[in-house]
Design a protein around this ligand. Sequence first.
Ligand code: SAH
Length: 577
Amino acid sequence: MIGLIAATANGRRRAVHLAEVWENACIYDGKPREALAAAWNECDSLVLFLATGAAVRLIAPLLEDKRRDPGVVCVDDAGRFAVALAGGHAGGANQLANEVAETLGTMPVITTASDSLGVPALDSLGERLGFCVENGSDLAGVGAALVSGEKVWLLSERRWPIGPLPDNVVSAEPPLPEPPPSETGSPEIFITDRLAEAPGPGRVVYRPPSLVAGIGCSRGAEATEILALLESALHEAGLSLKSVTVLASIDVKSGEPGLLKAAEILGVPLRFYTAGELAVIEVPNPSPVVAEAVGAPSVAEASVLASGAELLLEKRKSEKATVAIGRLPVRGRLALVSLGPGVDALVPPLARDALAASGLVVGLDQYIDRVRHLLRPGTRILTLPLGDEVARAEEALAEAHAGGSVALVSSGDIGVYAMASPALELAELDDIEVTLVPGITAAQAAASLLGSPLGHDHCSISLSDLLTPWEVIKNRARAAAFGDFVVSLYNPRSRGRDWQLGKVRDILLQHRPPDTPVGVVKNAYREDQNVTVTDLASLRPEEVDMLTVVVIGNSQTKLVAGRMVTPRGYLQREEER
Ligand code: SAH
């Protein structure tokens, strides 16, 4: 819940607006001091419509711990600024200041060092990967070193897709360097599931979600017994319970109350395998008794291995339960990112997030240039020339397979005549996490400049015969003509390929009138944008180039006040009534 507190008429007007448009916001009435006292414990964050001085005085006696206090945002009476005053990270004030800014049109003011420097905040590093900070970690000390540019070691047995890190963070991935960094005196960030690396002054330890516990149990096994066995097994193996990310078992146990309860207490999911799936897995300690009971000679060890994990600790037993522990492979991340047609404002917000979270960005020079300012310090860039599409996809995949976090970028939508298809064709194994960020295509961008030419059934045809034989292109053009589709022509003409557009025009002319409107849009939403509207008979291919998309209306498309409109049919239906 977000609490809103205002002292003046201006502040109150803005508070009322927020309360109306935000579902989870509520106004606390009365004198600010009393309203604040009431809101402090009930709300996750607060927006105070007060001067910063007044706000600081009011919240000072209430502040206790930045991990628990609500985040506080302060908006001035003129509504010019939304200041994240306290609880920037854990309290969510930085994020809230941005949201206030978005809704009220104020400017967000964020002063936490990591955010203003574009470096990751230690308390949320790896959050989206499921990392958790080990108690006793020196977040303040190491965080201060990080933002002040001091050398900080990043120590991990394995590579994790944590994204870009500023260059004062020195990665010592395996094998760890000699002498051990801990003897060099520099602050350290450890990413490990091993208990041996304990947190302390100058050291932050993250527990990654890396372990799977395979669990077998007989009917009636209590959660307490399962958890006690799990904890002692982890202790024996020197591993952290905080890194256990999933429990695995056999499906006949999917209703076993103790097992379900154990997973609930740990806050992790349960994954079940069938006896058939487990029976084919070779394990160190098969048991004929277990085979007799459930149809597979191992549950704990086999379900660890079935999860794709490496077995770290063979099965341990208590009266009614068995546990085995395994380590899961790291899944690297590949983001297939659409950059939209050109201007910054049409780069999707999800693309911005994906770029900021990627340690490596792969793409064509000209596209990367457009988004360089969205990359965080420490991001590596790989550009390969036009024509090296397969190499680009392979490089991106190799980085993800190595445990990195990589973005492969295309203009428009990456799924449309772009890099998503070759990348996904090559990504045969399900061993990396792939996300796609959609974007505005050239055809959509062009359409928006022309009017509403895509208001009814439409299709796109690429005239590039580099990868598609002309026969195929011609047949598709014929089918589009026959089907009376609005047609967007991509790659309409290049220096060495200049006759196809004329041929397609002639094919379409056989099925729709010569005065059918045609939009020719060059460099949509880029500096040299050029929009012209002509008709099919007058379309002059020599005025078209590779930076152009040509949108050809269907038999119903018309010009209204100079704009291309393909009727959806509503007005026609009205007329018939
Ligand atoms: N993935 C892109 C398409 C890449 S194919 C998308 O979704 O838009 C390249 C072709 O797209 C170019 O030859 C041109 O026909 C068209 N194109 C791309 N960007 C354009 C723009 N800003 N203006 C006009 N046409 C564009």
